[in-house]
Design a protein around this ligand. Sequence first.
Ligand code: DQQ
Length: 580
Amino acid sequence: MAALRLSAYAAVAVHLCLLLSPSSSLRVRGLSESEEASTVRQGSYRTAYHFQPAKNWQNDPNGPMYYKGVYHLFYQYNPHGATWSNVTISWGHSVSVDLVNWGALDNALDPDSPFDANGCWSGSATFLPDGTPVMLYTGVNASNNQVQNLAFPKNASDPLLREWIKPTYNSVIPLPADVLNDNFRDPSTAWLGRDGLWRVAVSAQIKDSVASTLIYRSKDFRRWERNAEPLYSSGAAGMVECPDLFPVAEPGIQNGLDLVPPNRAARHVLKLSVMATHQDYYVVGRYDDAADTFALVGAYNDCRTWHRFDYGHVYASKSFYDAGKKRRVLWSWANESDPEPVYIARGWAGVQTVPRKIWLASDGKQLLQWPIEEIETLRKTRVGLLGAEVNAGGMKEIIGVAGTQADVEVVFEIPALDGAENLDPNQLLDPQRLCGEKGASVPGGVGPFGLLVLASSDLQEHTSIFFRVFRHAGKYKVLMCTDLRRSTKRADVYKPPYGGFVDIDIEKESGISLRTLIDHSVVESYGGGGRAVITARVYLEHEETNTNRMLMFNNRTGMVKVSKLDAWELKAANVNVPVV
Ligand code: DQQ
């Protein structure tokens, strides 16, 4: 296929060109509309606006950053196929000016040096005081030990940062004697302390002992020394990966904070990814930048008791500070839920959730998450409803929006709470199980009510996203579920009910809001204004058409009022059109 000049189909490059100097030689390989449909979005499960490379395997987001007006996303990528391979894992690299449309560049890091011969694993970007970005990443070296390496841009004046150089003095943090050789990885973004020393957090499994998040300090970003005290350590959950530590502004303030220059925020967030269960947990606490310790505030040490970013199928999240819009943005990997041979045959695996803005809720205890506002640029005509009613046992169709690529916002008015079912205290510990027991078709006092999406015309296949309110210890608990058990007739798919509690005071709030982003095989739902999020992968057996149905449903004993509904079909973004 010939490399053409900029085309209308390559909006990402148009944006990039507008942004770059008029003399820029940036071009993308143009695709005709039919080529785009078949090459870029082949197969009905491929997403239209969730980030994925044109083919092959991707997993963790790596080194996200905003540099000279351009967003960069690097990601764990296997250039040779649609499966994870510890030998060939590289860093894919894409660029964007709006976090929605992306251009694909050549790999940033490939396993071609003795210190990363067996894989370039996850890592993070840091800005040095002169503004130059540097990557700290894990290499699996020729002896199969995990070590931490540096990489610098070859040309820091290139906003696209196309080429990266690994200094020959790597590795900069060798494997410590007391750490397992295959469990020492995932350096965080580094930060400068008030003493002028850099700090970085690295995951480590101490031999015969605990999982730790170690802190290393450095004067020059090259020679690093381990702090005696780890930032976190616990024997409870096994190896924890991909640490992320970042400051947050005062409760309720939506602006993000950067790690550099030194920032003495009152509160920090620590996020860890538990390898055994592939789930991410975070906690709000106090980071002491002199001792480099992290004090939990009102939380247990076992990280599995902390908050979840997502109660669905996502892992290895990583945030970055977006200096352009002064916000903190979170990326997370959503793996496939169907068998490896099936996705290998499909030729691709793994998507990223939509980038989410995150900030501290006004209660100061948890983060709120919301799709970045730029996603709204994909919205087509709005379909709206005000004050609709859904009767007990009833459904109401959302008409006029093709339900395969859609954004739906709905507010359910809370009916009187006196019919709420009692919650057995044991059920508090396992909301996912509770969603299984109290599914969408099990009538209750206050709920279940919610949405059915990606539904076939006969409703035999459908994904239900719903709420149910329980009474517990004189208060109320709101359960949010995404139930995949009837999402597809395919038997080879992992299709559980997912669930989490939404931390809202239902006696004070006038309604429960739900926003659901639907994108072919992704259903990403935000409950209670972003207090609970569930991302699910859905693989319809019914032939995908533009008429996948969306409905509101109510299986409580009385009527439910929908005080507001807004729904939009979404345009496809240009995701990973090659930049030449
Ligand atoms: N994935 C990377 C590791 C990380 C894991 C390897 C988390 O660096 O610990 O692909 O998904």
